[in-house]
Every structure is written in structure tokens, then in C-alpha cells.
Design a protein around this ligand. Structure first.
Ligand SMILES: Nc1ncnc2[nH]cnc12
Ligand SMILES: [Zn+2]
Length: 319
């Protein structure tokens, strides 16, 4: 079955074996965050710490290019025709690279994977919420310089409990005015107010997660009416205890309420998942093949691509 993914953090796709190799190569002590081939974290805050530590093991352009190429090749082998990768040049700066070197490297990895497998990929720039409005605005300003054709969207991730969306609205105005499409992490760790703030102040094309909107039926109706597509990550939500288990996950209730939903892995090795597993989870939840194929179509319809590329991707769905 053809697949598409809108919500995956590039550094969040780092296999533990690769992180261990890089840590060895560069003499970094990762023992607090990685043991016996598994990432070590216990809750959302320690997950964010672990994620940052793993992202900091990358040191060269080739490291980043190789990560993008490897992950996209894995997706293509799982019959994925389209992927958006959340990227952050801050990771490049932390590695001692310039922002441009990081962006060139990820673009190179994307081009290599496309040449090899045909998978189409775009980049979405991340502002890290817990780094504060300055950093997020800086990321938006850099993103709208428009020098990287594969960069088509802007997003905010990180600790959703930090500040309010209003503190970051300016960054999204800069991105929107600069022609980028918008998504934002909301309604994951925080409740309905977080999704409402996002809708009111950012007016995003999509929302990352958004699943805790289920706590407020009027908000679910609003998402359906406004056609804001949710990048749902069931494996991530259960791993981070946003929901206790897949039976209590609201994917079916959101779908039946007419909300546009898509399937995503978020940070696959951190949550012991993959895009293929997220599709299998939807089937185990009782979604039919036709319904799941519809979610892939929704993803392509909500993709941050030009219309010609969208038409090509939609045609590939019926290959
Ligand atoms: N699920 C998530 N929520 C917020 N920030 C993240 N960064 C990587 N994964 C994330
Ligand atoms: Zn995420």
C-alpha cells in the first residue's frame, strides 16, 4: 500500500546503532541516553533531552546527508512515495556547521534518495519552542530567505508547555508572509487550549498531533469545518503516554467527525515504531484498507508541494 509521511523529525529518525557509531567516532559520552541499542528516556522532558543529545552526535555535512538518504530510502522500501522532514539548522550550528552547510547537506541526502528510489521529499523548518521566541523568529527569518527550493514549510516543535502560542505568532507571520506553508505542534502534551490558540493565532494549514482536541467536541467540529489536517502520530502518543494505549487513542473519533487525519512516526527509533508500523496500527484499530488509503490521499492533498508535484503524487497513488 502506498504511504506518505508529513511528520518526522530528521534527527529523530537516527537509529541507535548510528548514534552509537557517531558518539564513538567523535568521542561523545551518550551512556546516559543510549544503552543496549535503545534510547533511554522516561517522560516528555527526558525524551526532549535524549533527542537533543542524539542530535548533537552529528558533526559533518556527510553525517546529515547520510541520515536523510538512509531514512528516505527506508521509507521508499516501505512503498512511501512522499515524505516531509522536520529539520533544524540549529543542529548544524551545534555541530559546528553553518546553517547553509546543514541545509545543503540535508538537500543532498534528499536528492540522493530521490535519484535512487524516486521518493519525493520536502523540508519543513523547525523553531524550537523551549529556545524562546527569538530563536523561533530567527529560524523563520532564515527560512524565508528562500535559497533552498526543497524548504516549503515552517513549524514549531519542542516543549509545548513553554510560553503561549501568542509569544511565537510573529515568527509564523514572517514565515507566512515569506510564502511558507504552516504547521505547528499543538494538542500533544497540552490540551484543547493549545489547539485553539494555534487555530486563532497561527491559522496553520496543518497541526502536528492536535489529538487532545478530542477533549472538546466543539473544537473537533472546528477542525473539520476549517479543514485543518492533523499529523497524527499514534505510536508517539502512546509511547509518551499522551494516551494510555491504542484503544483509547482518538484517531477513529477524529476520523468519523470528518477531521482530516494522516499517519506519521514522529521520531521512529525513539518510539520503537516506523511509518509502516503506524499504518499497521491503524489497521489494528479497525480502519479498512480504503480508509487508510484515504489518509494517504489526505496527506498528499495537505503536502507542502507545488500543484504539479501534487498532481504527480496523486496519480502515483493509483499506480
Ligand atoms: N513529539 C514531539 N513533540 C514536540 N517536539 C518534538 N521534537 C521531536 N519530537 C517531538
Ligand atoms: Zn513531532
Amino acid at each position: 500500500m502506498k504511504k506518505a509521511e508529513l511528520h518526522c523529525h530528521l534527527e529523530g529518525a537516527t537509529p541507535p546503532a548510528l548514534a552509537a557509531r557517531l558518539a564513538d567516532k567523535y568521542g561523545i559520552d551518550l551512556s546516559r541516553y543510549l544503552a543496549d541499542g535503545r534510547y533511554l528516556w522516561t517522560d516528555f522532558s527526558s525524551f526532549i533531552d535524549c533527542y537533543a543529545a542524539v542530535a548533537a552526535t552529528f558533526r559533518s555535512e556527510e553525517d546529515f546527508a547520510d541520515l536523510a538518504e538512509t531514512y528516505l530510502t527506508e521509507l521508499a522500501e516501505a512503498d512511501t512515495i512522499y515524505s516531509e522532514l522536520f529539520i533544524s539548522p540549529e543542529q548544524g550550528l551545534a555541530a559546528g556547521l553553518s546553517r547553509d552547510a546543514y541545509m545543503r547537506a540535508v538537500s543532498e541526502g534528499i536528492e540522493r534518495a530521490k535519484a535512487k528510489t524516486g521518493i519525493e521529499c520536502r523540508m519543513v523548518m523547525i523553531g524550537e519552542r523551549h529556545m524562546g521566541p527569538e530563536q523561533v523568529e530567527g529560524a523563520a527569518r532564515y527560512a524565508v530567505e528562500g535559497r533552498f527550493p526543497l524548504l516549503t514549510g515552517f513549524n514549531m516543535a519542542g516543549d509545548e508547555r513553554m510560553g503561549r502560542v501568542a509569544d511565537y505568532a510573529r515568527a509564523f507571520d514572517i514565515a507566512r508572509e515569506g510564502g511558507l506553508k504552516l504547521t505547528i505542534h499543538a494538542g500533544e502534551v497540552c490540551g484543547p487550549f493549545s489547539v485553539r490558540d494555534a487555530l486563532d493565532l497561527v491559522k496553520p494549514d496543518r497541526i502536528g498531533h492536535g489529538v487532545r482536541a478530542i477533549e472538546e467536541p466543539a473544537l473537533v467540529e472546528r477542525l473539520a469545518e476549517e479543514g485543518v489536517v492533523l499529523e497524527v502520530c499514534p505510536g508517539s502518543n502512546v509511547a509518551l503516554s499522551v494516551f494510555a494505549d491504542f484503544d483509547s487513542h482518538p484517531l477513529r473519533r477524529l476520523y468519523d467527525a470528518g477531521v482530516g487525519v494522516t499517519l506519521n512516526s514522529d521520531d521512529p527509533p525513539f518510539f520503537h515504531t516506523s511509518l509502516a508500523r503506524e499504518y499497521a496500527i491503524a489497521a489494528e484499530m479497525g480502519f479498512s484498507e480504503a480508509e487508510i488509503a484515504g489518509m494517504t490521499r489526505t496527506a498528499i492533498e495537505a503536502a507542502f508541494v507545488d500543484e504539479a508535484t501534487r498532481a504527480r503524487l496523486l496519480a502515483r497513488l493509483s499506480d
